[in-house]
Design a protein. Structure first.
Length: 659
């Protein structure tokens, strides 16, 4: 008894089909079915219509269920003339005793034979390419799968489970992936697994970061240049947030000028872990289209790869933070202070942090340059990535290349394992180059190329590596003066000084000293389990000090006074500071006559003038030596001498009592 299925709502291929009692019909999202349902609620194998005991029956396999005339099917149900079958948004009308010919007949083939393709007449195209008229959407390729029943023990499971060879390939990939320490190696491992299992011609990983649009990994390596990854396919996958399969969804979105025109089929899977997609996995094939099981395998690999890369990023972040905390003196995570100088510094940080450009932080030693770099990182778009801190003064010139770019096992004596360089460790994060002015000229030349975004090659490697890193540099030197002296490359200075930020020394914002002292005192109180306090006289003495060592020196003085004192209240005489004598204050107190070797008042300008004169006397008028005592550059001291009208020769010749 013949019957007929006719589409009344939704989308499926074919829209009408004549049923033969000798050949059951399958319905589902997979292209292996007789009727391909284009609906997200449809399972890969959703239902089967078959003839048994003189009647037509429908059996449901779908997770989201099947309805016949509005009633949900449980197991199998008999079909009568006029029944409406609903799967998701697809509605099919079943007509019994229908005459064949009104719909498209099913082609009878051997169960194992490939499904025939209906190709429009026209000019021939080379094998492995998609005709331009198909890519423009003028004609649509429709596959008519051969009707066949899937036995229970078939290799391709009707419920969508993986075959034995696919499971073996997945297990092998996952086992090797958990042992991989480098994210680039993890990507390459995933691409090789996809290429081997799907017999694809090309597989690639493409980052979605607009600042780094080039593919990070493309395999096989011989095809990396000649066959670029499709930007259009990437944009479509990023927009919809799910897998884009080219063959069943040929549209005008992929014109023949696109890089996809050289392939018969393509799949693009967005990589997403805990947020928005951050990359896309591309797989291209020539000669024939991908099977449904190929796409499922690619999706499984992509899912594991996405979470694996996120774990690598979190691990690098934790390792970098652990290294920073272990190798650097603990400091406050926030920049303290309410003065105008600190407020301006915070505003500069907030403006510079979201930008992708390099930042040069300039300030005296101990003023808090690393805190500025930390604030720039935490307020940037790379806050989830690692912050890698490196002291350039501590790197020997002979080891700089290996430290910055890494090395491979066996590259030199002692290289017993692969070591990722500082740039690879900071991938997708920030690299803080502290005291960059201490680098040798040879080191500066090697650093310049990488900062300009060029790829680099680890020592002993055979392929280049490109890291997505934002560079923040810091120095206490006057780099413009170093350039004039020939000790620093001018082109490197231009590349570093895209956004300059100056950290003010502590003597320029003494009004913040009480807050800073209170913060450090609270920390040492917690560590010593005591309740330390500063007297007003001690606070005034702290504000009157010149602080050549800046905040670092202030912290050391507070900790020393707290630990070495017997009382919990710290007075002025307990502070280990030289050169400042606290003056008594109070209502009715007589104004004492200032001592010969102390400032006339606590006015900051008076204190600075006194300090400069004393330094010149101690050094016999030598400006270079005096600038070192004062903790300022020689040019800055010359400027202050002119501004204050100080004659260094007369000051050096005058006795201390005359001052």
């Amino acid at each position: 008894m013949t019957a007929r299925l006719t589409l009344e709502g939704g989308d499926c291929v074919p829209p009408a089909l004549d049923l033969d009692p000798a050949h059951p019909v399958t319905l589902g999202r997979s292209r292996d079915n007789t009727v391909v349902l284009r609906d997200e609620l449809a399972s890969r194998l959703h239902a089967k219509i078959y003839f048994e005991d003189g009647r037509w029956h429908l059996r449901d396999f779908g997770l989201n269920g099947t309805k016949v005339d509005g009633a949900r099917v449980s197991g199998a149900v008999e079909l009568a003339d006029g029944k409406r079958i609903r799967i998701g948004e697809v509605v099919l009308r079943f007509a019994a005793d229908a005459k064949p010919g009104g719909g498209r007949p099913v082609t009878q083939t051997h169960p194992a034979a490939p499904a025939p393709l209906t190709v429009p007449a026209g000019p021939r195209h080379p094998p492995g390419s998609v005709p331009p008229e198909l890519l423009h959407g003028k004609t649509k390729v429709q596959e008519v799968p051969a009707p066949r029943e899937v036995p229970a023990d078939a290799g391709d499971d009707p419920a969508g489970r993986f075959r034995v060879d696919e499971l073996t390939a997945l297990c092998t990939f996952m086992t090797q992936a958990v042992e991989t320490r480098d994210p680039h190696d993890l990507v390459a491992l995933a691409l090789r697994a996809v290429l081997t299992q799907t017999a694809a011609r090309l597989a690639g990983y493409l980052a979605l970061d607009p600042d780094d649009p080039a593919p990070k990994v493309v395999l096989p390596e011989s095809a990396a240049v000649d066959l670029p990854l499709s930007r259009r396919l990437t944009a479509q996958a990023q927009t919809c947030g799910k897998t884009v399969w080219l063959f069943p969804d040929l549209t005008a979105a992929h014109p023949p000028t696109d890089s996809l025109s050289a392939f018969a089929d393509a799949v693009c899977v967005p990589l997403r872990a805990s947020g928005n997609p951050f990359a896309a996995l591309h797989v291209y094939r020539s000669g024939r289209a991908f099977a449904d099981r190929d796409v499922r395998f690619v999706e499984a690999v992509a899912g594991f790869l996405a979470h694996g890369l996120e774990i690598h990023r979190h691990r690098r972040t934790l390792e970098a933070e652990n290294s920073r905390l272990r190798t650097h003196t603990p400091a406050a995570d926030d920049i303290l202070g309410t003065s105008a100088a600190v407020t301006t510094l915070r505003q500069q940080i907030l403006r510079a942090a979201p930008q992708p450009f390099t930042v040069l932080v300039h300030g005296e030693s101990g003023s808090g340059k690393e805190l500025v770099a930390l604030a720039l990182h935490r307020n940037s778009r790379r806050a989830d990535g690692p912050l890698v801190v490196v002291n350039c003064a501590a790197i020997a010139p002979t080891l700089l290349e290996a430290e910055l770019f890494g090395y491979k096992k066996g590259a030199f004596s002692g290289a017993d394992r692969d070591h990722p360089g500082l740039f690879q460790q900071a991938d997708e994060g920030t690299l803080f180059l502290d005291e960059v002015g201490e680098l040798s000229l040879d080191c500066q030349a090697k650093l310049l190329r990488v900062i300009e975004g060029k790829a680099f090659r680890p020592v002993g490697a055979t392929a280049d590596v490109k890291a997505d890193v934002r560079v923040v540099a810091a120095t206490h030197r006057d780099l413009d003066r170093e350039v004039k002296a020939g000790r620093f490359r001018q082109d490197l200075l231009f590349r570093l000084k895209v956004i300059p930020i100056r950290v003010p020394p502590l003597r320029e914002h003494p009004e913040d000293i009480p807050e800073l002292a209170g913060f450090f005192l609270a920390k040492v109180s917690a560590e010593c389990r005591r309740n330390f306090k500063l007297t007003p006289a001690a606070v005034r003495k702290l504000q009157a000090h010149h602080w050549p060592g800046n905040v670092r020196q202030l912290r050391a003085a507070i900790e020393s006074a707290a630990v070495m004192g017997e009382a919990d209240t710290i007075d002025a005489d307990a502070l280990p500071l030289a050169g400042v004598s606290e003056l008594p204050t109070g209502v009715g107190a007589a104004t004492p006559r200032p001592a010969a070797d102390v400032p006339a008042s606590l006015d900051m300008d008076e204190i600075e003038t006194w300090a400069i004169r004393r330094a010149l006397r101690q050094t016999g008028g030598n400006v270079s030596h005096a600038s070192k005592l004062l903790g300022m550059s020689r040019d800055t001291l010359h400027t202050k001498l002119k501004k204050k009208g100080i004659d260094r020769e007369s000051v050096a010749a005058a006795p201390a009592a005359a001052e």
